[in-house]
Design a protein around this ligand. Structure first.
Ligand code: FES
Ligand code: FES
Length: 166
């Protein structure tokens, strides 16, 4: 990637939710601003902008990352997944989204996209978690509404359902 001056823009090409995507970003533009303002995907929320609350959690090359701690130029050539791509090409919600709905795991919904992305990656890596594992995963996210109980129920329910159908 060529070295540019601070006010010049990079052309950033990457894979977004399985499809090619591209846009312009100044060298210090955060990934949160790039995805929301340049690309137009607003599912990823932004609150603390310090890597603390988890609202901006997405996946980069399949691993959870905080969009507010990453420059847009750092995703050039990489795979980014956001909550908008969680259901893929299906018209309905995923089992995880449905379980959140059923278990009242969201209220205002501000924290939900980040938590869904963390949970999706968590269940890939830990298909048979216990409650302690789920609590540990959720400890990286701040939710001011729900008290987390519904989320824990939802995640355990999805893990159990997936395991019983294997
Ligand atoms: S906005 Fe990124 S962690 Fe809070
Ligand atoms: S549902 Fe409101 S912050 Fe979590």
């Amino acid at each position: 990637m060529p070295v540019l001056k601070a006010d010049q823009k990079h052309y950033v090409e990457f894979t977004l939710n399985g499809k090619p995507a591209a846009g312009y970003a100044e060298p210090r533009m955060l990934l949160t601003d790039f995805l929301r303002k340049e690309i137009g995907l607003t599912g990823m929320h932004v609150a603390c902008e310090h890597g603390v609350c988890g609202a901006c959690t997405i996946l980069i090359d399949g691993k959870t990352a905080r969009g507010c701690l990453i420059f847009a130029v750092q995703v050039a050539g990489r795979k980014v997944d956001t909550v908008e791509g969680l259901a893929g090409d299906r018209e309905d919600l995923t089992d995880l989204q449905l379980a959140f709905k059923k278990n009242h795991a969201l209220q205002c919904g501000f924290c939900t996209p980040g938590i869904l992305m963390s949970t999706a990656a968590f269940l890939e890596a830990n298909p048979d978690p216990d409650e302690e594992d789920v609590r540990d995963m959720l400890s990286g996210h701040l939710c001011r509404c729900t008290g987390y109980t519904g989320m824990i129920r939802a995640v355990l329910e999805v893990a159990a359902a997936r395991n019983s159908s294997r």
